[in-house]
Design a protein around this ligand. Structure first.
Ligand SMILES: [Zn+2]
Length: 107
């Protein structure tokens, strides 16, 4: 069953290499967050800073970006990942909220 609220998010296990696909997904998620349909659970930078901000700083030049959102209706979590260096991106369902500490464990 597809959720009426978040079902339009094109989650998939496949990767895309077209930056316009990434830009479209960014725009959709940004609008849904602003409309109160999604809440962000993790982001490497604000959506509106990915491609430009007032000072001309473009976060897209960061090597890797992750934006994770949660549907306020059904609780599904989606992660939008982009590796600019490699030139791939992906949006898919995540089973839990991203915690950077999971990837920075010492010892
Ligand atoms: Zn949903």
């Amino acid at each position: 069953m597809s959720c009426k609220n978040c079902g339009i998010i094109p989650a998939s296990d496949s990767y895309f290499r077209d930056v316009t696909v990434y830009a479209d997904i960014v725009r959709v998620l940004d609008e849904m967050v602003k409309d109160g349909k999604l809440e962000t659970t993790y982001m490497t930078c604000p959506f509106d800073r990915i491609f430009s901000d007032k000072n001309g700083n473009i976060a897209f030049y960061a090597k890797k970006m992750l934006h994770q959102v949660r549907c306020k209706e059904c609780g599904k979590i989606y992660g939008l990942f982009c590796d600019v260096e490699v030139g791939v991106g992906q949006i898919k369902e995540n089973d839990k909220v991203f915690n950077p500490d999971d990837y920075n464990k010492k010892d």
